[in-house]
Design a protein around this ligand. Structure first.
Ligand code: AP5
Length: 216
């Protein structure tokens, strides 16, 4: 399984990618999580990415290509992967073809692409009520998927946080970046007949069922 998730911010890519990764026993590779880890670790990459992410803009292709090349070369990604948040630009999509092509010998051969469709007004509600665990990355929603104890992660007891880029100004910019820079990536895969569109509105279990059906 070599799957790419495309969707606007807050569409449920992370929520669904975690489930699919467990179901197909392949790594969930989230470039957003990798950047947040780099920020938490205080690395050079983290220092460069932090202000860009906080503003809601995309980190440069050069930085992203370096980290994804390295990550996909690891042994656990050889059997497959669920990519969440990459590629987000046409340059990244073309580079991914080169990386995957090196392994399969044929460009985007074997790649499957899922686009989650969620309207912008639902995105704002989802993001404003999202909280996540800074330790294990678990994702909650204060109304539809709350933790058992208020603001405490069910898995490891850490205090839940709101992401710094989940404010109104940054969300607006993230949505704009999605429409301008990432939707052309969906078109790129559609033209190769690799893209499946899935309605991302409805309970998480129902969306997961739709995803599984579209993959079968
Ligand atoms: P990233 O971390 O990838 O953020 P994003 O794309 O904006 O997506 P989110 O993580 O906000 O949302 P999601 O779709 O995963 O939704 P979730 O499952 O959490 O990227 C962050 C930043 O990093 C970028 O802005 C950029 O700066 C940088 N970056 C990353 N990759 C890059 C790249 N390749 N190139 C350049 N820059 C890059 O769900 C959201 C909420 O909704 C949760 O509360 C959840 O519980 C809830 N929810 C989920 N499903 C449902 C449902 N069906 N019904 C109701 N609620 C639901």
């Amino acid at each position: 399984m070599k799957l790419i998730f495309i969707g606007p911010p807050g569409s449920g890519k992370g929520t669904q990618a975690k489930r699919l990764a467990a179901r197909y026993a392949v790594p969930h590779i989230s470039t957003g999580d990798m950047l947040r880890e780099a920020i938490a670790d205080g690395t050079d990459l983290g220092r460069q990415a932090a202000p860009i992410m906080a503003s809601g803009a995309l980190v440069s292709d050069d930085l992203m290509l370096g980290i994804i090349d390295e990550r996909l070369a690891k042994s656990d990604a050889q059997r497959g992967f669920i990519l969440d948040g990459f590629p987000r630009t046409l340059v990244q999509a073309e580079k991914l073809d080169t990386i995957v092509g090196k392994a399969s010998g044929n460009g985007s051969e074997g790649l499957r692409v899922l686009q989650l469709l969620v309207p912008d007004d639902a995105i704002v509600e989802r993001i404003s009520l999202r909280r996540s665990c800074p330790t294990c990355g678990a994702i909650y929603h204060l109304a539809s998927a709350p933790p058992a104890v208020d603001m405490v992660c069910d898995r490891d007891g850490a205090e839940l946080i709101a992401r710094p880029d989940d404010n109104e100004t940054a969300v607006r910019k993230r949505l704009e970046a999605f429409h301008r820079q990432t939707l052309p990536v969906a078109t790129y895969y559609k033209s190769q007949n690799l893209l499946r569109e899935v309605d991302g509105v409805g309970p998480v279990d129902q969306v997961f069922e739709r995803i599984e059906k579209s993959l079968s």
